[in-house]
Design a binder for this molecule. Structure first.
Ligand code: FAD
Length: 320
């Protein structure tokens, strides 16, 4: 039976502290420099991998930590809550799910240990239509999106996962994990914005009092916090169902939607309360603002989440 835990266990607190320790070595300056140079967070990813965090969902028998998705979510949430960005690497955690759930034993032995150790990088997958996301100059955040062309590529029969013709179903199968994990990054972003906004609006004094004493500043921050907390609760429900092996499509999708919207609300409250400083790079607010916006669009745009909820949860006519 799925149970939603309302507090972290001692092990989860230790997990969070461990991730935090790594993140402390990669402060705002590190992310700002990467952002300016449009570079991949090589050193950060190497440390996360070495510590086993990216292979945390791979079962122990294949070299991973065999943790539940709630713990994977905690890792990603923590990175984002302290100002980092796991977007470039989060897929390493979950794309392997297709091999894990549908691959044969030989394929699992061939790929999973290498994914767990980081020897094999599996951080993107080719699902979106060919003309999407291919213009790298589109990009306002530090992501490189590229078009891949497959022309007469021959794939050995041994590479076929599961049954021929069922590939897309297998991918859909893995989407719930993606929604829960990516939603957790938004929750982390939301927490970061709220904390930053509370801190700044408490110390910035204008007209003789901290700006946070004004309802016009305080309420948007309080409202965003409320939205983040609510999104986290739905995410926890989705993760609990997922870990119990129960259907969780509605909860995983709604968690992703709520989390992305909550983070965006928090981002706006944060940039608003910072006034002009919200646009100063050294505050990290504008960087996080750009980074968190991604999740309203990818890995699935929020309109399509609503289309899913309308059709599959509420039984309304298909809208697309
Ligand atoms: C940084 C980044 C990394 C990515 N990584 C990957 C990856 O690893 N693998 C991969 O396959 N893809 C990847 N993507 C692509 C991503 O999944 C898509 O960009 C996303 O799903 C949106 O699809 P699209 O760009 O085709 O937008 P479109 O589908 O063209 O949508 C454009 C706009 O129209 C709206 N819209 C479209 N149809 C409807 C409708 N029926 N009803 C209402 N609104 C609608 C959408 O909400 C959106 O606002 C990545 C994208 C980014 C930006």
């Amino acid at each position: 039976m799925a149970v939603i835990p309302l507090t972290l266990t001692d092990e989860q607190r230790a997990l969070r502290d461990g991730v935090n320790d790594i993140c402390k070595r990669y402060p705002g300056e590190y992310w700002r420099e990467l952002d300016a140079k449009r570079e991949y967070p090589e050193a950060f990813v190497a440390e996360l991998t070495k510590a086993g965090y990216l292979g945390c969902l791979v079962p122990e028998e294949y070299g991973g930590a065999g943790l539940p998705i709630r713990d994977g979510a905690l890792i990603l949430e923590t990175i984002h809550a302290v100002g980092g960005n796991a977007a470039a690497v989060h897929a390493q955690m979950y794309i392997m799910g297709t091999v894990l759930r549908h691959g044969n034993e030989e394929q699992k032995r061939a790929y999973l240990p290498k994914i767990a150790s980081g020897e094999l990088r599996l951080q993107a997958f080719g699902v979106t239509e060919p003309n999407s996301g291919s213009d790298t100059l589109r990009m306002m955040m530090n992501h490189s999106t590229n078009a891949l062309f497959f022309d007469n590529v021959e794939i050995p029969a041994s590479s076929l996962i599961g049954e021929e013709g069922k590939g897309f179903t297998y991918i859909l199968d893995g989407m719930n994990a993606e929604r829960i994990l990516v939603g957790s990054e938004s929750i982390g972003d939301g927490r970061w914005f709220v904390e930053k906004a509370v801190g700044y609006s408490g110390q910035r004094v204008i007209f003789g009092k901290p700006i946070g004493a004004n309802q016009g500043v305080q309420f948007p921050i309080a409202k965003a916090h409320t939205a983040v907390v609510a999104a986290a609760l739905v995410r926890d429900k989705a993760a609990a169902l997922f870990d119990a092996g129960e259907p969780c499509g509605p909860e995983a999708n709604m968690a992703k939607y709520l989390a992305a919207e909550a983070a965006w609300e928090a981002a706006n409250a944060c940039i608003d309360c910072h006034g002009g400083y919200g646009f100063a790079e050294e505050y990290d607010v504008e960087r996080k603002f750009r980074e968190c916006r991604l999740y309203k669009t990818a890995p699935i745009n929020n309109n399509l989440v609503l289309a899913y909820v309308g059709e599959h949860v509420l039984g309304m006519p298909r809208s697309y």
